[in-house]
Structure formats: structure tokens, C-alpha cells
Design a protein around this ligand. Structure first.
Ligand code: ADP
Ligand code: MG
Length: 827
């Protein structure tokens, strides 16, 4: 029978193209691939997803499908030398669901299909075991009743009948007795009957698998995982093998490596004398594969798993059955794994030569790297806490992170407890420079007042500390050591948990995964990624103690901002007071400022050693620090400070401070100073002129579309150019850039469908156009991209494709960025 005579709904394992997962489903594609690799897969064929879609649309099997299925069945009989519904060797089938996107356990599968009196008799004669026949008959009847006919209870009476069968009884008599018992139980339950003709059974099973695409649980699963509802499922029709045949038979599931820790070595379970459903059903406890399998079978499973890993370049989850000591593979798919395991496995696969770098990098996401290095809460635990009334209040998420710790209401006590080794969450009505030591010591910071540009928010972001601000319900009494929110009272020392993205404060601690285990593997993986992308990544630091963690994260350089440094060391207020005090003598007006810049930058440069350090000049109109900088008052008093180079002396003071810091740090530091918001070549020329006297390379953080359009001319004067993606996105949307730093209110706005794309996670086409060709800009300028907030893999890939190879990012997001760049480079 040639393929072309068919309507083309079906394909055998041998014919199917394993890459065509949309048509074959994941299960069918995996079986086709394995069987084409000459691995031991029971023969079978696949009814593709188009047939399912047609069935669901018309509510009946598409024309020609029945004929095609029967033709395939003839082929299968011929190929296996077995007979469907007869003997001497009966062909029994499994009819299995398998969607293009894995939906484990959501849809139906029917085993042992093809049972009638003749095949039962033949089965008994072939095996000489009527107990086995009884088991298979009862299993089939129960599964068909449940799956196709919607029966609820296969009938307790059946078990007794099956248990009473002797091995040497006449199989025909056994069939009659068991079938009758099954039918009686079903009739009581549904009034229905299982067809006696195996071909009718097959059609009933195929339809049932099609229908199982639309069960409530399958729909719910797809909604939750954002899987489209119109894909449909494929159906695999496959010759049965019997793990329930004898003691040297059984079934199992094995991961090619430990999916929890990533450790190499087979990890899985095996249940002797069983069919696959028994392992899942949990009625008997399976044994570890390495102990339970006979040595020869285990050896074969080992070598098969290794070959499959090499062929697919990934860790796999394999369902198998052993029939009389012969191994059969029944399913293969990429294994689900913890973030820790994902990292370890990817690194190991490359080191062993099992996977190529691109293949290994494909298996780990930036989000997993983030989770491994910065443990987060279990989403289920958060949901349970919300439902359980543990949510104390919700403020504005100002700096992401999920931390638990002891609640402390005073910065001195926070510092003391942290020094004693305790994790601390500092809660204040509002923070000021007087709180800095406590803020630096705390794992999390929460305030009752202030917005996302307040002191607490700006300093927390500079420190990379999880922070929630503006939690207005909180009443904090540091002297009484009590925090009230509505009806609830918390005492200092009580465990609390903070989510810096959602702004939620919970009572009680959450378990967070410990990041330690995978760190060696993480370093190896990131080295692979860094090597693949060949990019520079500069990490943002604010305090000298930030330099080591940045270096450990794999940065190739550092960036810092003078406003952040002064805010985090408590010196910003002096400058602001000075600016508010009014005109002073021109020549030495910023002398104190110069001293502070020199004093605070020296230790950072000293620690940086050979690492390049990019310094951003103070930005008195920075949208993300409005409250902290008292912008309205400062710019009312000094209107020219709204312009990048409006007050030359301010830039000179910073250059002078930086020069002194370089000298004090030994004179070898590689530094530059960048002034934000330049948009005109004339400004760039003036900046170069100002810098000429200092010898420090200068440049700008470009924040406007106009500046990007003039980038070539600006770069002619200034060797240092940074593009601020967040500001450019905000400019194109006409939104304040600070909005892109927090979850709300933008999340809610997006949920209402009022913006076609999220400016935090996707480059707007207008920005994409603007940046096209920019990396090719000539001259000495090296154009870098400054990223803010959580790394979006989509944005990183877009930027990499555009040709950008130099990036700046916060320290906690350095590793996710390095990975994302490696993935972008090998995509
Ligand atoms: P699910 O998608 O829920 O995992 P499967 O189609 O994989 O459902 O079937 C579940 C189990 O049924 C398999 O793990 C295997 O143990 C058993 N099974 C399926 N097909 C066969 C077969 N041809 N021979 C023996 N057992 C099978
Ligand atoms: Mg399965």
C-alpha cells in the first residue's frame, strides 16, 4: 500500500519527519526519531494533528480517515507478523495522545486494545499464562470504559474475578468470565458496553483521544501555560509490549541525569511485573532503576540513554518497558528540571562533549540563572500566603528581589542584627541618609511613604537591595518596636517576607532555594556563554564592597554614577543644600563636591584594579531620582541645571575629583566620565574642551532620539557613548522613564490592553529603527548599551542582532545578561 493513496492523515514511525512536531506531536516525533535511529521502539504509526483539528471542527472523523487507519493496521500486522483480533500471535495496540507542546498526563491513552475472544485465546496459548490474560482483559476493559465511555468506577467485583484465575486455566473460559464481569460492572455504572470488535474499539479510542484535547483539565492547563487551543493532538497507534508478562518484565521511567540536582547518572524508577500506568498510579512503590534492573538490561538502558543524549544534546526523560528481559523505548522528551539542574547539566554537557555550545545554551534561560544566583520564593507558597491572609500590605515595588528576614524598625538595630548573622528586613516610615548603615546591612527595605524616586528607592536600586516603598497602610513605631497595618500588629524580630517586584509584604518567612550548589557549574556555563558572545559587560557598582561581587559575576568592567555614590554614602544632601543656598563665588564653588567625589571614588578605583570604570556625572534632572534630588526646588533656584552642560563648573568639579581619585588610587585606573542627556555635536565639542584640561576620556549617556540620530557627529568629539535603552523607549512612548522601573502602574495598563507592547521587555519598532546601523558608527567611539531593570532576553537578542557588543547592567543582572548574550550569539 503506497502512501500517496491516502488522504495523508497518517505516517509510520519510519516515514515521519521527526522535525515536524506540529503534525506528529512531541510523543510521535520522539518515537519516529528513535525508531529511525534503530533504537528498540515497538512499531506503530501516527495520526497527525490535522485529523484531530478536522474532527473537532466537524464533530466527526474526516472522510477517508477510517480507511487509512485500517490500511495502516494491515501494514502493522504484516510488519510484526501478528494478527489484530486473532492469532497465532495476537497484535494488541496502545492508542496514545501526544500534543505538539507537552501536556503531561492531561490527555488520554488506552492500552491493550484489540482484545476479543480469539486474541485472548491466542495470548493464552502464546504465553501459557491465563492469569496474564485475565490481567490484560481487565486492564483493557477498565481503560476503555473510563476513557471512551466515561465510566467512573471499573467495578470492585472485577478485581476478585481476576484474582481468582489460575495460570493454567483455559484462556477462552477465563476471557469469558472476566469480560462478563467487566461488562456487568460497566452496565451498572453507565448502561454502556465495550465493543467486542477490535476495529470498533480502535475507532472509539481514536475519537476519544481527539476529544480529550478539549477536556476541562486540558483547557485549564493550556490557559495556564499560554498554549493555543487550536493545535489539536496527534494519536500514536503502537504495538503493545508487556511489562506485566513475567517477573523479568516491567516498566519504568528514567531521567538521563538527576533532574533536581543535575548530577550525572541515570535517575528513575522501575516496577517489575507491571504496565506503565502502575508506576504512575502509585499503588505499588517502584524501585530505583539502577537497583531493580537486571545488569544486561541496565547496561543497555545506559548506553541507549547516552546515545540519545548525544543525539539530542539535552537531558531526557524516557519511558520504557522490559518484556522478558528485552528493553523497549516508549517515549522520550526533554526532561523538566530545576534551575539548579539546568545550569549544572548545560555546563556538564558541553564539558563532556555531549552537546554543542548552542544546544547547551538553548536549555537554560536568563530567568533560571537569576533564580540560581538569587533564590526566589516558590510561587505556590506566595499564593498560599495570600489566600491564608498573610499579606500585610502592598506598596510600590522599587527594586526587585524576594527576601525573608527578621523585621527591624531601626537602622542601628538592623546593622547590629545583620552583623550577628541575621537576615534583616528594615521597615521605616521614610528613609534618610541617617539610615544608610541600616539600609546597607538589610536584605530588604520597606517604607510607608515616598514613591519610586524617593531616597529609599534610589539608594536601594544603587545598592541592588530588594525594596518596597509607599506602603501607606504601615504605621511604624521604632521606639515601641511595633509595626501596625490595619488590624495586624507585627513586632520587631518577627519574620517577614518582601517582594520587590510586586510590592508585597508578608508576615512569616518563605523558604528560598539555596543558590550555593550550582555556583561552580554556573561559572562554567557563563564562561561558555561569554566566550560565545565576545561582548563586554560592565557591572554597576556603588560602594567599594560592590566591586568583588561584580567581578565574581563575570563583568569585564564597571560603571558607577556619582549621584548614587553620594546618595549611598550620605553626602548628597550637602550638595543639594549648597545648590539651594543660592549663588556662590564662581571659582571654588564646588570645592567640597570635588573633595567628596575624590574621596568616595578612590576606594572604588583602587578595588577595580585593571577593570575599566565608567563614571556617570551627577544628573540633577534624573527622572528616577526626582524626590531624592529635590528637583523642583533645585531647578527653580538654578534653572540652568536642567541642561546637561548648563553649569560648566559642576562638570569641571567632577572631572577634578575623578582625576584626584585616579592619582590617589595609584594612577593606573582606566576611567571615563559620561554626562547624561547630550543631544548635539556642539555640546559634545564643549564637553571635550572642558575635559581637555583633565586628560580623562569623556562622553555621554544618550537618552533622546535626537542624540541617537546625531551619534556619528557626537562620537567624533567624545570617545565614550552609552545608549540608554530604557530612556529611549520611554521617550518614544512619551512616558516618564521611571515608569519603566516598576511593575505597577504599567502592568495594570498593559493588562487593560492599552499598549501593544511592554516597553520593559521588547524594543519598540521605532527604537529598533533608530538603533539600526548605530554600532557601525565610525571613529574612536565604542558605543555601549546601558540596560536597566531585569534583563529581557528578547531585548538582548534584538540588540545583539543589531550589532551591539558592549553593555552595562546592574550587578545582580550581570549573570542573566551574560547568559542571554551567549544565547543570542548562538541562536
Ligand atoms: P502519557 O502521555 O500520559 O505519558 P502515554 O501515551 O505515554 O501517556 O502512555 C502511558 C504509559 O503507557 C507509558 O508510559 C507506557 O508505560 C504505557 N504504554 C504506552 N504505549 C505502550 C506500548 N506500546 N506498550 C507498552 N506500554 C505502553
Ligand atoms: Mg508518557
Amino acid at each position: 500500500m503506497s502512501v500517496t493513496a491516502f488522504a495523508g492523515y497518517t505516517l509510520t514511525f519510519a516515514e515521519a519527519d521527526p522535525a515536524d512536531v506540529d503534525r506528529l506531536g512531541g510523543k510521535g516525533a520522539g518515537l519516529a526519531r528513535m525508531s529511525q535511529q534503530q533504537l528498540p521502539v515497538p512499531p506503530g504509526y501516527i495520526i497527525g494533528t490535522p485529523a484531530c483539528r478536522s474532527y473537532l471542527a466537524q464533530n466527526r472523523l474526516p472522510d477517508g480517515l477510517v480507511e487509512e487507519i485500517l490500511h495502516r493496521l494491515d501494514d502493522l500486522e504484516r510488519a510484526s507478523g501478528k494478527v489484530f483480533g486473532g492469532g497465532p500471535v495476537p497484535l494488541l495496540l496502545s492508542v496514545r495522545s501526544g500534543a505538539p507542546i507537552s501536556m503531561p498526563g492531561m490527555m488520554d491513552t488506552i492500552l491493550n486494545l484489540g482484545i476479543n475472544r480469539a486474541s485472548a485465546l491466542a495470548l493464552g496459548t502464546a504465553t501459557g499464562d491465563s492469569r496474564f490474560v485475565a490481567d490484560v482483559v481487565a486492564r483493557f476493559h477498565a481503560m476503555y470504559s473510563e476513557t471512551v465511555l466515561g465510566a467512573l468506577d471499573p467495578g470492585a467485583g472485577v478485581d476478585r474475578v481476576v484474582a481468582g484465575v489460575a495460570a493454567d486455566e483455559d484462556p477462552g473460559v477465563v476471557y469469558d468470565r472476566v469480560w462478563a464481569a467487566c461488562e456487568q460492572a460497566l452496565a451498572q455504572d453507565t448502561g454502556d458496553s465495550v465493543p467486542a470488535d477490535p476495529r470498533d474499539q480502535l475507532m472509539g479510542a481514536v475519537e476519544a483521544v481527539f476529544r480529550s484535547w478539549n477536556t476541562r483539565r486540558a483547557r485549564t492547563y493550556r490557559d495556564f501555560h499560554a498554549i493555543p487551543h487550536d493545535l489539536g493532538t496527534a494519536v500514536v497507534v503502537q504495538s503493545m509490549v508487556f511489562g506485566n508478562l513475567s517477573d523479568d518484565s516491567g516498566s519504568g521511567v528514567v531521567f538521563t541525569r538527576n533532574p533536581v540536582t543535575g548530577e550525572p547518572g541515570l535517575f528513575g524508577e522501575y516496577l517489575a511485573h507491571s504496565q506503565g500506568e502502575d508506576v504512575v498510579a502509585g499503588t505499588r512503590t517502584p524501585d530505583p532503576v539502577v537497583q531493580a534492573l537486571a545488569p544486561t538490561v541496565l547496561g543497555e538502558l545506559r548506553s541507549t540513554c547516552a546515545a540519545l543524549e548525544r543525539a539530542q544534546g539535552d537531558v531526557l526523560d524516557i519511558e520504557f518497558t522490559v518484556e522478558r528481559s528485552v528493553l523497549y523505548l516508549l517515549q522520550v522528551r526533554a526532561a523538566k528540571r530545576t534551575p539548579e539542574a539546568a545550569v549544572r547539566i548545560a555546563a556538564d554537557l558541553v564539558d563532556e562533549g555531549t552537546a554543542t555550545r548552542p544546544a547547551a545554551l538553548r536549555t537554560v534561560s536568563a530567568a533560571q540563572v537569576r533564580q540560581v544566583q538569587r533564590p526566589g520564593f516558590d510561587p505556590a507558597e506566595i499564593a498560599a500566603a495570600r489566600d491564608g491572609g498573610r499579606l500585610v500590605t502592598t506598596g510600590i515595588g522599587a527594586c526587585p528581589g524576594q527576601v525573608s528576614g527578621a523585621l527591624v524598625l531601626d537602622p542601628d538595630r538592623a546593622k547590629a542584627r545583620a552583623e550577628a548573622g541575621e537576615a534583616v528586613v528594615l521597615a521605616r516610615a521614610v528613609t534618610s541618609p541617617a539610615d544608610l548603615h541600616g539600609m546597607i546591612a538589610a536584605r530588604g527595605i520597606v517604607t510607608a511613604t515616598g514613591g519610586s524616586t524617593s531616597h529609599a528607592a534610589v539608594v536601594a536600586r544603587a545598592l541592588g537591595t530588594c525594596c518596597v516603598v509607599g506602603a501607606g497602610e504601615l504605621h511604624i513605631d521604632p521606639a515601641a518596636r511595633i509595626l501596625r497595618a490595619g488590624e495586624r500588629t507585627l513586632r520587631e524580630g518577627d519574620p517577614v517576607s518582601l517582594d520587590g517586584s510586586t510590592g508585597e509584604l508578608f508576615a512569616g518567612a518563605f523558604a528560598a532555594a539555596t543558590p550555593a550548589a550550582a555556583s561552580g557549574a554556573l561559572d562554567r556555563l557563563l564562561a561558555i556563554a561569554a566566550d560565545a558572545s565576545g561582548t563586554e559587560v560592565l557591572s554597576r557598582v556603588t560602594l567599594p564592597s560592590d566591586v568583588e561581587p561584580a567581578r565574581a559575576a563575570g563583568c569585564t568592567g564597571l560603571v558607577t554614577a556619582i549621584d548614587d555614590v553620594l546618595a549611598a554614602t550620605g553626602h548628597l544632601d550637602g550638595l543639594i543644600a549648597h545648590l539651594l543656598a543660592g549663588p556662590t563665588r564662581e571659582d571654588d564653588e564646588f570645592e567640597r563636591f570635588t573633595d567628596l567625589v575624590a574621596q568616595e571614588l578612590t576606594p572604588i578605583l583602587a578595588r577595580a584594579g585593571e577593570l575599566e570604570v565608567g563614571v556617570r556625572a551627577i544628573d540633577l534632572v534624573a527622572d528616577e531620582s526626582r524626590e531624592l534630588l529635590q528637583q523642583t526646588a533645585v531647578t527653580t533656584r538654578n534653572p540652568e541645571l536642567s541642561l546637561p552642560l548648563g553649569r560648566r563648573a559642576l562638570v569641571e568639579a567632577q572631572l577634578a575629583g575623578l582625576s584626584r581619585a585616579v592619582a590617589a588610587a595609584g594612577g593606573t585606573a582606566r576611567v571615563h566620565l559620561a554626562v547624561r542627556h547630550i543631544s548635539d555635536p556642539a555640546e559634545a565639542r564643549l564637553l571635550r574642551e572642558i575635559a581637555g584640561e583633565s586628560g580623562i576620556p569623556v562622553g555621554s549617556y544618550l537618552t533622546s532620539p535626537r542624540a541617537v540620530q546625531a551619534i556619528e557627529a557626537i562620537a567624533t568629539s567624545c570617545p565614550v557613548i552609552w545608549l540608554e535603552v530604557r530612556s529611549l523607549q520611554a521617550a518614544m512612548f512619551g512616558l516618564p522613564p521611571r515608569l519603566l522601573l516598576t511593575a505597577e502602574p504599567l502592568d495594570g495598563y498593559l493588562r487593560r490592553g492599552l499598549l501593544a507592547l511592554d516597553p520593559r521587555t521588547t524594543l519598540d519598532p521605532s527604537v529598533h529603527r533608530l538603533l539600526t546601523g548605530v554600532p557601525a558608527v565610525s571613529g574612536p567611539a565604542r558605543v555601549g548599551v546601558r540596560l536597566a531593570g531585569e534583563v529581557s532576553e528578547a531585548v538582548v537578542e534584538q540588540l545583539y542582532r543589531l550589532g551591539f557588543r558592549r553593555f552595562a547592567i546592574s550587578t545582580p543582572e550581570t549573570r542573566p545578561l551574560v547568559l542571554a548574550l551567549g544565547r543570542a550569539a548562538t541562536a
